[in-house]
Design a protein around this ligand. Structure first.
Ligand SMILES: *Cc1c(COP(=O)(O)O)cnc(C)c1O
Length: 367
């Protein structure tokens, strides 16, 4: 049996024929850039998250850039973010002309270690980007408290965490603004690039509408950029949106099954969910000292796994200029050699999950 890491073919087949019909409708209307489906998606997504506004854009990376520009970031400013994330979080800071300041993570949740943030604050610090990595919220309580005390803004990068909660409240609702990705493989994915920013602040929302569409239609109030959602992506996302709560539950069920059947196997450390948080398992990430050997074994068993990510961000060549050492981010550095993402997707079948479990058990029995 072959177990894919994710299977978008199954995901989309299950939504036919509605998906095909809505796409054809959009083609018939020639509503290729934005259009009625995108307008409706923005309203529906804002309602689902529980915020006043959603401003769609071309992808989750642009969402971060647009968000920082809305908050008035200037060249020379500093923004603190996590050492363990997808590079979008940090590359957009640099794009604005600001400087990336990395902070280490908590060993068990892989999210920002709030207790280390204050040591990174300087007179140039303007904001903090918290990433809800793998689907688990970052520790928003202390992060927001530090931000308030130092008059910093906070952006939540929610690209991996649609519908996750912190102390019973949905992520994306805590900070000045929050960003989402609808990249095809995300928990809510389009059929191409797509993203969005959510906020309760109408001043920021209005500014972002203009900025992402060339600074305003008909009257260019400011110089902006071109970052709009395609009509077809809006149509696809509207077909998918009502299913997101069910897909999220299914991910949580699969994770619970992994947790149950992998408990006590070898030296495995299973995902730790901190008190007060719910995890939506965009990724199910285990840790083991024998990561590379286990991964090779699973590949031989036809089980696809992924490293999210092969290195902590400060250790990529792109950030060599910052001159960081492993001892600057000991937790993120230790985790990068131990993490392994196992297959998890809403359409995954029990027999597939059991094949993954059996293969992991046979590896640890033999080793
Ligand atoms: C996917 C992702 C993004 C960027 O999203 P795109 O839509 O691919 O541009 C940003 N941050 C994190 C943490 C992500 O996982």
């Amino acid at each position: 049996m072959r177990v894919p890491f994710n299977d978008l073919k199954r995901h989309h087949d299950a939504l036919q024929p509605e998906l095909g019909r809505k796409i054809q409708e959009t083609i018939d209307q020639c509503a290729f850039i934005r259009g009625p489906e995108v307008d409706k998606f923005e309203t529906e997504f804002a309602a689902l998250v529980g915020v006043a506004r959603c401003i769609s854009c071309a992808n989750g990376t642009d969402a971060l850039y647009i968000g920082m520009r809305a908050l008035g970031i200037q060249p020379g400013d500093e923004v603190i973010t996590t050492a363990h994330t997808w590079i979008s979080t940090s590359e957009t800071i640099t794009q604005t002309g600001a400087r990336v300041v990395f902070c280490d993570t908590d060993t068990d949740t892989f999210t920002l270690d709030a207790s280390q943030i204050e040591s990174k604050i300087t007179p140039k610090t303007r904001g903090i980007i918290a990433v809800h990595l793998y689907g688990q919220p970052a520790d928003l309580g202390p992060i927001l408290e530090i931000a308030r005390r130092h008059k910093l803004w906070v952006i939540e990068d929610c690209a991996q965490a649609h519908l996750a909660t912190y102390n019973g409240q949905q992520i994306g609702t805590f900070s000045d603004l929050a960003t989402f990705s609808f990249y095809p493989g995300k928990n809510l994915g389009a059929m191409g690039d797509a993203g969005g920013i959510v906020t309760n602040r109408s001043d920021l929302a209005d500014w972002m509408v203009n900025f992402s569409r060339h600074g305003g239609k008909g009257n260019h109030v400011i110089e902006g950029m071109n970052s709009r959602m395609d009509g077809i992506q809006g149509a696809v996302l509207r077909v998918k949106l009502p299913h997101l709560p069910r897909w999220t539950q299914r991910r949580q069920q699969l994770a619970a099954r992994y947790n149950e059947l992998l408990a006590g196997v070898g030296d495995l450390q299973l995902p730790h969910v901190a008190p007060g948080r719910t995890h939506v398992y965009h990724l199910y990430v285990i840790k083991t000292a024998q990561r590379d050997a286990l991964r090779a074994h699973l590949t031989k068993e036809n089980i696809e796994t992924v490293l999210n990510y092969p290195k902590a961000v400060p250790f990529y060549p792109a950030y060599q200029y910052l001159g960081h050492q492993p001892s600057d981010f000991p937790n993120a550095f230790a985790n990068q050699n131990q993490i392994l993402s196992l297959p998890i997707f809403p359409e995954m079948e029990e027999r597939e999950l059991l094949h993954v479990i059996d293969s992991i058990k046979s590896f640890f029995k033999a080793s």
